[in-house]
Design a protein around this ligand. Structure first.
Ligand code: SF4
Length: 265
């Protein structure tokens, strides 16, 4: 039986993406290839705020303090917080998930697999989890990814088959591509050749965190690169089936071209 290191498991109303307001179970895996220490900082500065959190003071993930700079999910990848993320067999994870569902079975709720970066080595463990008999009625899975991890050929095939076994099933890749404001280098963070291949296995939309006009310019330049590599951008909120979306997060909502949707708060 496969095991997964789980930082957090919770039931919530999904707040973003194609399915705004959909009841969802969030499964947060441990581990990330980035640190994103530039969020909330001046250009060129990196946050060390997460290092001020003493891991010995906490026994549960949800007790941890929020940080105002850097990655807000620091405990999902910082090894100092590993003890808060148990390695669990898929049976136990499924039981915990089912227990969270109001009707104790899937009834149009979504499963959101997030991180950290959920497409690291855990790809090997997901089939065991998803093939569990109690997961048979699950119809919608979203991977919240930073878009830098290739799908393994085995997992790509698995996801295609999972959807073709039941045409009500859908897989979505919510790709939060990191701009330079994250502190990560664009050569490492913008991987269009990888993201475009996700399109073979599900719906894909991009989202960028932007705070300044420079960020918006950088996001649009990145979008060009994705499109040159075969990413087909259609509007967020377009109707179902095989649509690809772009969303740039800032503050409220305005459409700035036929292919780009800016969310302004
Ligand atoms: S990719 Fe996501 S989880 Fe990983 S460090 Fe960046 S913001 Fe945090």
């Amino acid at each position: 039986m496969s095991k997964l290191k789980i930082a957090e498991l919770f039931y919530s109303i999904q707040g973003e993406g194609r399915y705004m307001g959909v009841p969802s179970v969030f499964l947060r895996t441990f581990g990330c290839n980035f640190k994103c220490s530039g969020f909330g900082m001046s250009k060129g500065q990196l946050s060390e705020e997460y290092l001020t959190v003493n891991p010995e003071l906490y026994t549960k993930y949800d007790q941890l303090p929020l940080v105002s700079t850097g990655c807000d999910s620091y405990a999902s990848w910082d090894p100092r917080f590993k003890h808060l993320s148990p390695m669990l067999e898929s049976d136990s994870i499924v039981d915990a998930i089912i227990d969270m569902l109001p009707s104790k079975d899937w009834n149009n709720e979504h499963l959101v697999i997030t991180g950290g970066e959920p497409l690291l080595g855990w790809q090997r463990a997901y089939p065991d989890l998803l093939d569990h008999p109690k997961m048979a009625n699950l119809k919608e899975i979203t991977f919240e990814t930073n878009g830098t991890q290739e799908l393994s050929p085995e997992f790509r095939t698995y996801l295609i088959n999972w959807q073709s076994e039941n045409f009500d099933r859908e897989v979505t890749f919510s790709v939060s591509a990191k701009l330079s404001a994250s502190g990560e280098h664009p050569d490492e963070a913008i991987k269009p050749e990888i993201v475009c291949k996700y399109q073979d296995a599900g719906y894909v939309y991009l989202k960028f965190v932007v705070a300044t006009e420079d960020d918006v310019e950088e996001a649009l330049a990145a979008l060009d690169i994705y499109q040159q590599n075969g990413f087909t951008a259609l509007l967020l909120n377009a109707s179902r089936r095989r649509r690809k979306c772009i969303r740039i997060k800032q503050s409220s909502c305005c459409r700035i071209s036929n292919e780009t949707w800016v969310t302004l708060q």
